[in-house]
Unconditional design. Sequence first.
Length: 423
Amino acid sequence: MSKTLHRAPSTRLEPGQHSVDRVTPVWNDDRGAWTMKWSVRLKDGRLIAGKRAQGATKAQVRQRAREAAEELLKTGGMHGAWRGTSGLADYIAQVSMPEVEKNTNANTLARYRLALKQLVGGCDDHKHENSLKGHSIASGARFRVLEACLQEIAALHGSESARQARTVLGKYVVQQLIREGLLESNPLAGMSIDLKTGARENTNRRGGSQSLSREQWLAVLEYLLALDPEDVEKPRRGRWTREDAVAKRRATIDLALLQATTGLRQSEANRIDWSLVSMTKDGKMLIYVPKHIAKNKKPRTVPVLDPRVVERLNERRAAGALVIGSPTNQTVVWDRRNCSGATSALYDEVAEALGIEIMGTEAGRSHIWRATLNTVTAALGVPEEIRSANFGHDAETNRGAYLDHTNADAMLAAYAKLHDTPK
């Protein structure tokens, strides 16, 4: 049983003082170490409270706390005070959380706060054995540690929670540590983590309502079209060049645009070659989906609804036989796992930038475009049999699976009404 915590005297700390010598370390059974909680008032008067230290002996924990306090006083509390021996949970609380608060919109803030809380085991319902709490920055920022932490979140809270935790971990913890000079590269970059095996079942089943509103859909199109594929950096590791990174970014954006304006499944869109694409006299682009590509083995023809996307796709014609293809070789189909990873990252970006939470979920990465186009065109009066043909379903399946619910002319005419129809 842990000893009663000895609190520091309540005398106010003056600038340049710390409470290390006022606090008596106590034994913590759970951590198997002596621990203490201390505060320091910086020379500019700011108080940094709730700092923690632990060690094998009372003398060691005092020494560690004293060194940390002196470092904070020397640096004025700037992030440069962080070292590899600093607590990772402390870093997340004092650096990562403020970054989330500052840079995340209201629609995703609660979700990202929860993800950070789960990473350090701050869970009221479960005991997290593999959380980052108790790790130093040096011991915790290793792939196997991060993998075990994320897989435990998946097991306790579901794979979607774990996927969101990985996003937050990469952007608001790992990237910040790289900026501090405490990590040379991202230990998660390019690494696959199984977040499904052993994961808690997600009871929120995908239903027909999982679609974007008309306004959200148009906002996503505008956002994707405005992205500059050149706005990327050279990968920090591996043999990939900046040109490879640009090609990957361009392919990811163009694939999203293609799906968003046709309702094609990712597996279908990745296999479309230019022999299956035709242009009408008035500049409309039609895509024939043959039996061997269509998921349900029913051939169909679908239009690309937005002329700006048509123009963008036509710019890819000279690069290879496939409309999308592998980023560095457009003559071969993009590897499924690599493609899914790239599109997931892009959809997370869209979800955060536009505050459209569903874009960052599994439903948002699978049937979102089909459900959205079905719903939007149904509201504009496109008959069910035409919508069914466009998405490759019979009418009954279309109602049941895509009720949020080929005639290319009817679909294009409906799209032309979008900007004129009252909201």
